[in-house]
Design a protein around this ligand. Structure first.
Ligand code: NAP
Length: 254
């Protein structure tokens, strides 16, 4: 058995939601490097240009979709658009999410609804649309990007953390039903990662941020988006053949 035969993704097609930047962009580039044709997604098509260009520059194949996942039919529509490009989907990385930091006291119904819509409703709709197709082709991998907050929640992200826990619960229930079709669903749960998501807090007080990151995990630092790629590639490939419904935690030790 060669490494290429278990980690290689030649002939595979992948949709990575929220791959215009951050963790999603790194994973999209990683899957393309492994040989997959990758559908890059962001809220607008323009936002996907940098990731698509980076994939094309290294000889990979990238398609671009712009879509806001907050709308009622956004998830199923995104899968239909992706299938229009590639005809089939082998890998779905559910990475886009809405995160609004608020304690229970501060949480507004608008902020709750946005997080429920993007993080849960679109996830359910994408899975409804894609899992029967993956089952029919007898191969599918779903990588759901969760969070350390799904199992170790903090009150400042009360609603967001709850959506991440629920997202993994959905992954587990579907993993059970689709395992017999070689459709495997797992969660990759990052800890604190240096992306745009945290840029505002970091820039507001760099020293306080540094202290926070230093005390947060055993490694005493933030992770990088690129450090998520190896585990994502494992979960998206034939290397992952006897694991489903599980979580891989990449948190620097917590
Ligand atoms: N960074 C962390 O510390 C951390 C920790 C744990 C878990 N995570 C999880 O890791 C994933 C990626 O996080 P990140 O830090 O890389 O995020 P990011 O840098 O904030 O990027 C977010 C991505 O999601 C897309 N997106 C946001 N809202 C959307 C919407 N309503 N509809 C469609 N797309 C939308 C963005 O598209 P545009 O570019 O078009 O806006 C962008 O591609 C998320 O699921 C997040 O919850 C992150």
């Amino acid at each position: 058995m060669s490494l290429q035969s278990i980690f290689g993704l030649e002939g595979r097609t992948a949709l990575v939601t929220g791959s215009s930047r951050g963790i999603g962009a790194a994973i999209a580039k990683g899957l393309a490097d492994a040989g997959a044709s990758v559908i890059v997604h962001g809220q607008s098509k323009d936002a996907t240009a940098a990731t698509c260009d980076a994939i094309s520059a290294t000889g990979g194949t990238a398609f671009s979709i712009g879509a806001d996942l907050a709308g009622p039919n956004a998830g199923s529509h995104l899968i239909a658009q992706a299938l229009h490009f590639t005809g089939r989907l082998d890998i779905l990385v559910i990475n886009a999410s809405a995160q609004i930091n608020a304690t229970l006291d501060d949480l507004t119904s608008e902020d709750l609804e946005l997080q429920l819509a993007v993080n849960l409703r679109s996830t359910l709709a994408m899975l409804q649309a894609v899992l029967p197709k993956m089952a029919a082709q007898k191969w599918g991998r779903v990588v759901s990007i969760g969070s350390i907050n799904q199992s170790r929640p903090k009150s400042i992200v009360t609603a967001y953390a709850a959506t991440k826990a629920a997202q993994h619960n959905i992954i587990q229930s579907q993993a059970r039903d689709f395992a017999k079709h070689n459709v495997l669903l797992n969660t990759l749960a990052p800890g604190l990662i240096d992306t745009d998501r945290n840029a505002e807090r970091k820039q507001a007080d760099p020293e306080a941020w540094q202290r926070y990151a230093a005390g947060l995990n055993w490694m005493g630092r933030e992770g990088t988006a690129e450090e998520m790629v190896g585990a994502a590639l494992f979960l998206a490939s034939d290397a992952c053949s006897f694991m489903t419904g599980e979580t891989v935690v990449l948190s620097g030790g917590y």
